[in-house]
Design a protein around this ligand. Structure first.
Ligand SMILES: NC(=O)C1=CN([C@@H]2O[C@H](COP(=O)(O)OP(=O)(O)OC[C@H]3O[C@@H](n4cnc5c(N)ncnc54)[C@H](OP(=O)(O)O)[C@@H]3O)[C@@H](O)[C@H]2O)C=CC1
Ligand SMILES: CC(C)CCC[C@@H](C)[C@H]1CC[C@H]2C3=C(CC[C@]12C)[C@@]1(C)CCC(=O)[C@@H](C)[C@@H]1CC3
Length: 332
C-alpha cells in the first residue's frame, strides 16, 4: 500500500470543494482528508456523505473561517496538532457577493462578438458588493486571499521537507490585472473585488512558489470554468439555471469553459494532484475546458504576472500578517 498522504481542503463541505474531496479519496489510496470548513454541521454532513461513498475513509474536520483572522490562527494550530506533514493544501474556499445582474449587458454581450469572453469571465455582467469584516479587512479579500495566506504561513513547518507539498489554489477566469492594483490589494476603491482577489491569488501562488520551492513546496493555480454551485445559485435561483442549462450546453460550441458541473470543475485540481509537481509551470494557470460532449480536459494558460507585483504583494501580505500575529500574541 502507498504511504498515507494528507490533503487539506478549505471549503470542502460543498460545491467544487466537496466534489474535489470525493474525487481525491477515489484518486489517492490511503488518503487522510481534512475538511477545513466554517460551519460544523455542514462539515459533518459532508463528512457523512464522503464516508458513505468511501467507507473507512480517514476524514477529519477543522473549523476554519478564512474571513476571520483568529479563526485561521486557531485552525492552523489544530491542523498542526493532527498532522506532521501536509501533502496537498487546496485553497478552495471563496465568495463572490453580487447585488444584481446587468441583464441589458448580458443580452447585448450574448448577441455580440464578446459572447465567449462574457460567458467565460462574467466581466461587466454583475454588480459586485463587498463589506468590512470584524478585523477591519475587506471581506472578499480576507476570505479569498488573506485568510489563505495566513494559513500557508502558519502551516509552513508542515509543508515540504523530505517529501513535496502541493499548494493548489482555486482561482478563476475572472482574475484580471485590470482590476488588481497592488497598492490597493484589498480593493477598497474599485467595484470588482472578486476579480481583484482572484488575480491576487494568481500573483500570490507565484510568490509562494518562489519562496518555498527550495524546501519542496510547489504552488499552482486553477480555473474551474463556470460551475453550478452555491456561488451561482446565490446569483440566480436554481430553477432559472435549470432552465438555461440547455442553452449553456449549446454554447459549448463556442465557449469551452462552461464546465457546468462540479465534477468537471474539479478536474484540474484532481489532475494537478496526480502530476509530478516538478514538471508543472508555476506561472501557468491550469484551466478546465470541456468538449461539446461534456468531456473535461486541462489546458495550461501562461499568466502575465510582473515580478514587481509578486514581490510587493507578498511583502504587503506579510506585513499585515505580522501585525495580526503581534496582536494575537498580546491578547494571550
Ligand atoms: N462556481 C463557479 O463558477 C466558479 C467558482 N470558482 C471558485 O471555486 C471555489 C469554490 O466555489 P464553489 O464551489 O463554486 O462555490 P460554493 O459556494 O458552492 O462553495 C464555496 C465554499 O467555500 C466556503 N466558504 C465560503 N466562505 C468561507 C469562509 N469565510 N471560510 C471558510 N469557508 C468558506 C463555503 O462554505 P459554506 O458552505 O459554509 O458557505 C463553501 O464550502 C471558490 O474559490 C470560487 O471562487 C472559480 C471559478 C468559477
Ligand atoms: C442567459 C445567461 C447565460 C444568464 C446568466 C448571466 C450571468 C448571471 C452569468 C453569465 C456568465 C456567468 C459567469 C459567472 C457568474 C454568472 C454569470 C455572470 C462567474 C463570474 C462565476 C464565478 C467565476 O469565477 C467566473 C469564472 C464565472 C464566469 C461566468
Amino acid at each position: 500500500m502507498s504511504p498515507a498522504k494528507v490533503a487539506v481542503v478549505t471549503g470542502g463541505n460543498s460545491g467544487i470543494g466537496l466534489t474535489l474531496a470525493e474525487r481525491l479519496l477515489t484518486a489517492h489510496q490511503n488518503l487522510q482528508l481534512c475538511l477545513a470548513c466554517r460551519n460544523q454541521s455542514r462539515a459533518e454532513a459532508a463528512k457523512r456523505s464522503l464516508e458513505l461513498s468511501h467507507p473507512g475513509a480517514k476524514i477529519s474536520i477543522v473549523i476554519l473561517d478564512t474571513s476571520n483572522v483568529n479563526s485561521v490562527f486557531q485552525a492552523a494550530a489544530k491542523i498542526k496538532e493532527k498532522y506532521d506533514k501536509i501533502d496537498y493544501l487546496f485553497m478552495n474556499a471563496g465568495i463572490m457577493p453580487v447585488s444584481r445582474v446587468h441583464w441589458k449587458k448580458v443580452f447585448t454581450s450574448i448577441l455580440s462578438r464578446d459572447c465567449a469572453h462574457a460567458l467565460s469571465t462574467g466581466e461587466g455582467l454583475l454588480q459586485h458588493v463587498d463589506e468590512t469584516t470584524s478585523d477591519g479587512l475587506k471581506k472578499v479579500f480576507a476570505t479569498n486571499l488573506f485568510g489563505h495566506f495566513i494559513l500557508v504561513r502558519e502551516l509552513e513547518d508542515c509543508l515540504g521537507g523530505d517529501t513535496t507539498t502541493q499548494i493548489i489554489w482555486t482561482s478563476s477566469k475572472s482574475a484580471s490585472d485590470k482590476y488588481f492594483h497592488v497598492e490597493d490589494m484589498q480593493h477598497v476603491i474599485g467595484t470588482e473585488p472578486y476579480s481583484s482577489s482572484k488575480y491576487g491569488t494568481d500573483v500570490l501562488s507565484v510568490a509562494i512558489n518562489e519562496r518555498l520551492n527550495k524546501k519542496g513546496v510547489y504552488s499552482h493555480t486553477v480555473s474551474p470554468g463556470l460551475v453550478m454551485s452555491g456561488m451561482t445559485y446565490g446569483i440566480l435561483s436554481d430553477w432559472f439555471w435549470t432552465l438555461i442549462i440547455p442553452f449553456l450546453l449549446l454554447m459549448r460550441l463556442i465557449v469551452s469553459t462552461l464546465s457546468i458541473n462540479t465534477y468537471n470543475g474539479s478536474e484540474p485540481l484532481v489532475w494537478l494532484s496526480k502530476q509530478k509537481a516538478e514538471s508543472l509551470d508555476p506561472r501557468s494557470k491550469y484551466c478546465c475546458h470541456v468538449t461539446f460532449w461534456g468531456i473535461p480536459y486541462v489546458q495550461p494558460a501562461k499568466m502575465d504576472i510582473s515580478d514587481e507585483d509578486v514581490n510587493q504583494l507578498y511583502n504587503q501580505l506579510e506585513d499585515l500578517y505580522l501585525t495580526f500575529k503581534e496582536k494575537t500574541k498580546q491578547h494571550k
